[in-house]
Design a protein around this ligand. Structure first.
Ligand SMILES: [Fe+2]
Length: 437
């Protein structure tokens, strides 16, 4: 062997060994405190808690809160600053929760909008100007993914790191504010996320911390549904707890872990109807999000997703889901392609990313030995980025919040099932499930 080559190999071994040692010696930073916000009342018609979400092809829903009941649900917008060439009027709602009365929550759909274009907008005819960018209509498209956010110092760190990356859409697999019945905390969460959520669409689904029901007195999800209206009507669903959307060449399905999911449920029926309309030529990637993970080797929340998995995994497998994102467990884990509890080349990659930074801290304990399907697992706060490059390839990376730096700790190229033969192999099974009553 040439001495130069030998030297290179030695250097590589040293670097790998030091890298592995560094990872093993990684000292996790201490927990950070819950953020406390001074509540500063603004003029009653001043738009607060502004966030946007996709609302069908070429449309965006703008949501904001005013304390004034009579403030108009109007959004003015255009492609140049302070030059609003279009205007749309929407709806508004409010709710009460014992002694708490929410502000007026406005939902206004704007569009049709150009793809991949910056728009300037103003809510309710006053207040500051906001800026948003619409997603592209073609690859590449990038998603930021972080669940279980809450509102602590680590949440802030996660949001700051997401803000530094170039992305088109934020996807959140449940557990947003950790208000946990304290309704004012929904307001402070809205303010905390506004800088990001007013600029890029936030597509969210519900977690257990959204479920603020009091038997016989208050329905579950009253706050969540009032404040975070998602495009369920636009996607043929009758519930804000499950819906779908298309962006570039991706069909994304947002499911509800905390509503009925058995094969006779409305959600299951809607899922079948939704999948029957998916055209993989047009949307080669199929992504799915929900809160409670089905593949989880952490000690926390073991088995909680089993019933939903039994009910829905065969359908998602037959339909050829590529990636499933979930939260709930406050840690990060990535699986191989899996189905029915084990590796399967036609199954989905499952990614648990419930490590946004909430007040409950991290889930440190893992089951040993590590299951064969688990590729990477770590209990640290952070966020993920999915850059879908074309119809067959996407680059996934997970960024740990290391002190105040985002550190890319896990990365992998994912390939879609479109070119794999799996879709053809499973098409009979899919037709069978879809045609069952
Ligand atoms: Fe949760």
């Amino acid at each position: 062997m040439e001495p130069k080559l030998l030297l290179l190999m030695v250097v590589e071994v040293v670097v790998l060994t030091v890298g592995a040692a560094a990872s093993a010696d990684y000292v996790r930073p201490p927990p950070r405190k819950t953020l406390h916000f001074p509540w500063t009342p603004k003029s009653s018609s001043y738009p607060q808690q502004v966030h946007i979400s996709l609302a069908g092809a070429k449309h965006m829903r703008v949501t904001w809160v005013t304390s004034d009941k009579h403030s108009p649900s109007v959004v003015e917008y255009g492609t140049s600053p302070k030059n609003y060439t279009s205007k749309a009027e929407g709806e508004n709602t409010r709710y009460s929760y014992f002694l708490y009365s929410s502000g007026n929550i406005h939902h206004t759909v704007i569009g049709p909008l150009e793809d991949n274009t910056v728009y300037f907008y103003r809510c309710g005819g006053e207040g500051p100007e906001f800026q948003l960018k619409t997603p592209p209509s073609q690859f590449p498209v990038t998603f930021a993914v972080a669940g279980d956010l809450g509102q602590t110092g680590w949440t802030k760190s996660t949001l700051d790191h997401i803000d530094q990356c170039k992305y088109d859409i934020h996807m959140l697999p449940g557990d947003l504010s950790y208000a946990d019945y304290i309704q004012r905390k929904w307001d402070t969460f809205g303010e905390l996320v506004q800088p990001l959520a007013s600029a890029r669409p936030w597509m969210v689904t519900q977690g257990n911390h959204e479920k603020e029901n009091i038997p016989l007195l208050k329905d579950s999800f009253v706050s969540y549904n009032s404040r975070w209206k998602m495009p369920y009507e636009e996607s043929g669903s009758d519930s804000n707890l499950y819906y779908s959307f298309d962006v570039a060449g991706i069909h994304a399905i947002m499911l509800g872990s905390y509503t009925d999911y058995d094969e006779y449920s409305d959600q299951y029926r809607w899922l079948k109807a939704d999948l029957s309309k998916v055209d993989r030529e047009r949307t080669p990637w199929l992504l799915v999000l929900f809160h409670v993970p089905w593949y989880n080797s952490n000690e926390a929340h073991q088995g909680e997703g089993d019933d939903m998995m039994t009910a829905m995994e065969p359908l998602l497998h037959a339909a050829g889901a590529d990636v499933v994102f979930s939260g709930h467990v406050h840690a990060y884990e990535r699986s191989k392609r899996v189905y029915n509890g084990k590796s399967d080349p036609c199954g989905a990659v499952h990614i648990t990313i419930g490590d946004g930074g909430n007040k409950e801290g991290l889930a440190h304990k893992y089951k040993e030995p590590r299951p064969e399907w688990s590729v990477f697992r770590e209990a640290s706060f952070g966020h993920g980025e999915l850059n879908v490059v074309n119809s067959t390839h996407a680059f996934w990376s997970w960024h740990r919040n290391d002190d105040d730096e985002p550190v890319r700790s896990d990365e992998v190229w994912l390939t879609s099932l479109i070119g794999s033969g799996c879709l053809a192999e499973n098409s009979r099974e899919l037709r069978k499930i879809l045609s069952s009553p």
